[in-house]
Write a protein of this length. Structure first.
Ligand SMILES: CC(C)(COP(=O)(O)OP(=O)(O)OC[C@H]1O[C@@H](n2cnc3c(N)ncnc32)[C@H](O)[C@@H]1OP(=O)(O)O)[C@@H](O)C(=O)NCCC(=O)NCCS
Length: 401
């Protein structure tokens, strides 16, 4: 038994009503978990209704099955933002979460991470936005949960596991120590991974199946030991590695900052001489703020750096022309921000982006940046990477270091 991490608390007087995203049987189950949590936290925020794109006929089913109160049911696309609204995701299928949730985030939705009071939540775990931890699941220690992860009842997530965005572990699944579970993975009821197993993005593990070493991208596995029984899609991946910038990278970064598109989209504007660049680059390496060169399939493809401006950390990114439009920019933003937050080099990261820079705005949104305060300059949009729940003890209190 334990209390909730601070940022999972419903005790915020700004929250006036809760919308449940999805209206399936999961949503009805979620209502019960929510009731337990409200009792535990002594809150009483009303449920306004359900957002579900396939809503036809569901209102009567929901009313008949469970709820004696009046509620609204809307397609998510018709939702109009109102202050005081809080969102709870009930969608379990990874692809459906990925389809619906970003549209609501773009409308400014705030999602709660829900941890049932019976969950054991150990030391030093980090949790992204909108995750769900159902009753009696056990999450031991040093686990990294990405965004919108669903952990079913009685799951066990062992130490040092990482789980990527939108993945779902259904009831009684087991993730062995040190396993790396990618994005959009679905582990069906009772499935398991051995220690240090790799489950690549979009893999599906069948009911009660056991992965011994690796499940490949987009493949469906079944059995004990689990064997691939199908492929949902071809592997579209690339390998991205981030290395600390070094002296030898001076020319690569120079070419990138002087690229026509990069200059047009820069808030600074004018071209830079090699002499100015060398002086800046050396000083920048010395000041120690995070600065990475991205390698895509072993070739330098871009840079990302984090600069301190009057106490706030700002990110800058550029991808070399031939690597653009392949998802590398958003992957690099997301990986570097996670590294910087885990190293505790910053607690919140900002990005200032020209309003005309559609590619950049989209890349940052895909990497989970959300609108921040107004910059006061009409053609510059400020986004921020939300702080994650980190360093909580088993009672959800912040711990030092
Ligand atoms: C902005 C930048 C870093 C994005 O990197 P990238 O690798 O091209 O971005 P991604 O491939 O991850 O694409 C992210 C999204 O933007 C979209 N996008 C890419 N180029 C686009 C364009 N020219 N117009 C509209 N959308 C675009 C992609 O389709 C993708 O969205 P989707 O997955 O919904 O389809 C890169 O274009 C760049 O280096 N630009 C020059 C420097 C710059 O502007 N830096 C940012 C300053 S704030």
């Amino acid at each position: 038994m334990h209390g909730l991490p601070e940022s999972c608390s419903l005790r915020n007087t700004a929250y006036k009503r809760i919308w449940i995203v999805g209206a399936s049987h999961n949503a009805r189950e979620m209502m019960g978990f929510l009731r337990d949590i409200q009792q535990h936290q002594e809150t009483d925020i009303p449920v306004a209704g359900f957002l579900d794109d396939g809503m036809a006929g569901k209102k009567e089913i929901i009313r008949e099955k469970l709820f004696p109160f009046d509620f609204t049911i809307l397609p998510a696309k018709d939702y109009v933002p109102r202050s005081g609204d809080l969102f709870l995701n009930s969608i379990g299928t990874p692809e459906n979460k990925q389809r619906v949730v970003p549209k609501l985030l773009q409308k400014g939705a705030t999602f709660i991470t829900l941890v049932h009071p019976t969950v054991h939540f150990g030391y030093n775990n980090s949790v992204g936005l909108g995750c769900i931890f159902q009753p009696y699941s056990v999450c031991t220690t040093n686990i990294h949960f990405g965004n919108f992860i669903s952990i079913g009842s009685y799951c066990l997530v062992a130490d040092d596991v990482t789980i990527g965005d939108f993945s779902t572990l259904m009831t009684r699944s087991f993730a062995g120590s040190g396993s790396a579970i990618g994005k959009l993975v679905c582990m069906n009821t009772g499935s398991s991974t051995m220690e240090y197993t790799v489950i690549e993005d979009r893999a599906t593990i069948g009911v009660h199946s056991v992965i011994l070493r690796k499940a490949k991208t987009g493949c469906v596995y079944f059995g004990l030991p689990a064997k691939p029984i199908g492929q949902t899609e071809q592997n579209k991946n690339f390998t991205l590695i981030l290395c600390k910038a070094q002296e030898k990278d001076v020319k690569f970064v120079f070419d990138l900052v002087n690229d026509d598109l990069a200059r047009t989209m820069s808030l600074g504007g004018s071209r830079i001489t090699m002499e100015e660049h060398e002086t800046w680059f050396r000083q920048r390496l010395r000041n120690g703020n995070p600065f990475y060169i991205g390698y895509c399939d072993n070739t330098p493809c871009g840079y990302v750096r984090f600069d301190d401006k009057e106490g706030d950390i700002f990110i800058s990114v550029a991808i070399a022309g031939k690597f653009r439009g392949r998802g590398i920019g958003s992957a690099m933003i997301s990986a570097s921000c996670r590294a910087v937050l885990l190293m505790k080099a910053a607690s919140c990261i900002h990005a200032d982006i020209k309003s005309t820079n559609t590619a950049s705005l989209r890349a940052f949104q895909k990497a989970w940046f959300v609108p921040a305060a107004d910059t006061g300059t009409p053609d510059v949009i400020r986004l921020r990477y939300p702080e994650q729940v980190k360093n909580t003890d088993c009672y959800g209190r912040k711990v030092a270091g």
